[in-house]
Write a protein that binds this ligand. Structure first.
Ligand code: TRP
Length: 332
């Protein structure tokens, strides 16, 4: 708790161009949570180097994600927005927690297994200990709640296990966090492979980026894979159309029923056009704000620096407590 408010922490990797999936699944929800909770929103650049990154691109994307957080409505006067590598305590706590995490439990992480398959040339130790760094992110700030998607639930589970284990040995040190899976805006799937999550590292037409221009957005929706049939109706197994209805609902605020009624007797082609236009319209003001933020580097740097200072102040308290409990000598 900070000033009587529960603490939330979440983060996104700057390892691709953010998609409407990131917007609907994370950013939009964060904005609606920020006044009720003491919120920390991080750009987790240290996590992204578990997969090889181009240095110039990583740098550019880190700024872009920062500006996008702002453009989507995260208010730096209310929330703490910062870059993970600017707060050394993340790496410090991660090392300590590494020593309280078992090889066996990390071996069971499904994301590790998936990523090792995809990066068989570079199964590095960081990929393996990724969940420990994530646990450090969360536990450093004594977060009560962590808004994450379904795919991160297992990482939150291990975070809770690590916190519980440490607390059990040394007495209450960390808040044991709860996952906060939003009921709003479910998971957005790829437009070209609607049985897979829309991914920010997918370069094809399946991923719609927040910063795509209007024509690109509409073209991607026009090409969206739909199922056999022609009705605009949510139906088990019809991943393509279900996904488009979900997206339309998220961006228009209309319910499933309203959408089904609106498009009764109309074809897929017409519906895809409508979804594309609706998404493009909704993203217009975000893109405009993004352009303003990204072109003022001085202002961005100021905000970045201040966010890191706020985070570092909180993180330092936890690190001191942890070092004291495990028996490290305080620097005289
Ligand atoms: N692993 C998360 C993802 O890929 C990103 C992340 C890193 C995160 N640290 C976090 C999310 C802490 C929530 C809290 O989506």
């Amino acid at each position: 708790m900070i000033n009587g408010k529960k603490i939330i922490f979440s983060g996104i990797q700057p390892s691709g161009n953010l998609t409407i999936g990131n917007y609907a699944g994370s950013l939009k929800n964060w904005v609606s949570l920020q006044n009720e909770y003491k919120s920390l929103f991080c750009i987790v650049d240290m996590h992204s180097i578990t997969v090889r990154q181009n240095p110039a691109e990583l740098r550019r994307r880190t700024y872009e994600v920062f500006a996008l957080y702002l453009a989507c409505g995260i208010n730096p006067d209310v929330s703490t927005i910062f870059v993970q590598s600017h707060v050394p305590a993340h790496a410090e706590l991660a090392w300590v927690l590494d020593c309280y995490t078992m090889f066996g439990e990390l071996s069971r992480m499904t994301q590790f297994k998936d990523k090792s398959e995809k990066n068989s040339q570079n199964i590095n130790a960081g990929l393996f200990t990724y969940p420990v760094l994530m646990a450090a992110d969360i536990l450093l700030y004594q977060a009560d709640l962590v808004p994450v998607g379904e795919d991160q639930k297992q990482h939150l589970e291990i975070t809770r296990d690590i916190a519980g284990r440490f607390n059990g040995i040394y007495s209450e040190t960390f808040t044991v966090p709860e996952p906060f899976i939003s009921k709003l805006g479910g998971k957005i799937m790829s437009l070209s492979e609607p049985d897979k999550k829309m991914s920010k590292s997918d370069m094809g037409d399946g991923s719609v980026r927040i910063l795509d221009d209007r024509d690109t957005i509409i073209r991607k929706f026009r090409r969206a894979v739909t199922d056999s049939g022609s009705e605009i109706k949510v139906e088990e197994g019809k991943d393509g159309i279900n996904n488009l209805i979900m997206i339309y609902s998220t961006f228009s605020g209309k319910t499933k029923d309203e959408i089904e009624k609106e498009f009764e007797g109309r074809g897929y082609g017409e519906f895809k056009m409508a979804v594309g236009e609706c998404v493009a319209d909704a993203l217009e003001p975000i893109k405009a704000k993004f352009n303003t933020y990204i072109s003022d580097k001085t202002q961005l740097d100021k905000l970045m620096s201040s966010g890191a200072d706020q985070a570092a102040y909180l993180a330092r308290k936890t690190i001191s407590k942890v070092y004291r409990k495990i028996g490290f000598v305080q620097k005289p």
